[in-house]
Write a protein that binds this ligand. Structure first.
Ligand SMILES: [Zn+2]
Length: 235
């Protein structure tokens, strides 16, 4: 079942505050248009009543599609540096709500789910797009790590970046290169789609080198480009 509430949202252009209906959770099976809306970046798109500006009111939301065995928890992008805490939190909430306390039919289905944690509307859209394209998302993230290393000379002047798959057309993967801090587009990049099958042969090597990418819910190359957590040390 989907759930939502009415929130005050503020236009970034003119600061006008208005009411908007924002989802807490989306059942993709019952709300068929939701998958398209998320992939096209239209979920939580608000049109300002005063100036007509369209903007995304970014609020955390859980997307679930039991038949497709997909569960994606999206948090706002500005919380991405806390991913280590949030992926443990999401895993425990998921275990409690969908496995321990849910009816048997739901808990059996829930144990089969591919559960993922993403940050912001771009990662949210990308993850559902990748599922729809039938691409193994963890393999895609390995591909991003490989591409960033291969093309370091082109990317280094851009500072910290992440790659976001926009589409696969014919034999080509189309990526946006995003600034890691702001999430804004800085460049486009393409790569031959056959890289996916080439790197699939090296999957065991990737799994040994990047175990968290395969074991944790924030299955993203970006986790390796974020600063390590603060540690308290004795003075
Ligand atoms: Zn406005």
């Amino acid at each position: 079942m989907s759930s939502f509430a009415i929130y005050d949202v503020r236009c970034p252009e003119c600061s006008h505050v208005q009411k908007a209906q924002l989802f807490h959770s989306v059942n993709g099976q019952r709300l068929g248009a939701a998958e398209d809306a998320i992939i096209e970046g239209r979920l939580h798109l608000v049109c300002c009543d005063r100036c007509g500006n369209e903007y995304l009111a970014e609020r955390g939301v859980i997307y679930i599609h039991l038949a497709k065995k997909q569960l994606v928890a999206m948090y706002p992008r500005d919380q991405m540096q806390q991913f280590r805490y949030l992926e443990d939190h999401v895993a425990s909430v998921f275990q409690r709500e969908f496995v321990q306390m849910a009816p048997n039919t739901v808990s059996r289905a829930a144990e089969q789910l591919t559960s993922r944690l993403v940050f912001g509307s771009r990662q949210f859209a990308e993850r559902l797009r990748v599922f729809r394209l039938g691409i193994d998302d963890r393999l895609l993230e390995c591909t991003k790590l490989w591409l960033i290393k291969q093309r370091l000379a082109d990317l280094i002047e851009l500072g910290s970046v992440e790659l976001c798959l926009d589409d696969r057309r014919d034999d080509t993967l189309l990526f946006s290169v995003l600034n890691l801090d702001s999430g804004t587009d800085v460049k486009q990049m393409t790569a031959p789609a056959k890289i996916l099958s080439f790197l699939d042969q090296k999957r065991d090597d990737f799994e040994r080198a990047y175990p968290d990418l395969f074991a944790k819910t924030f299955a993203s190359a970006t986790r390796y480009f974020l600063p390590p957590p603060l540690r308290w040390t004795a003075l």
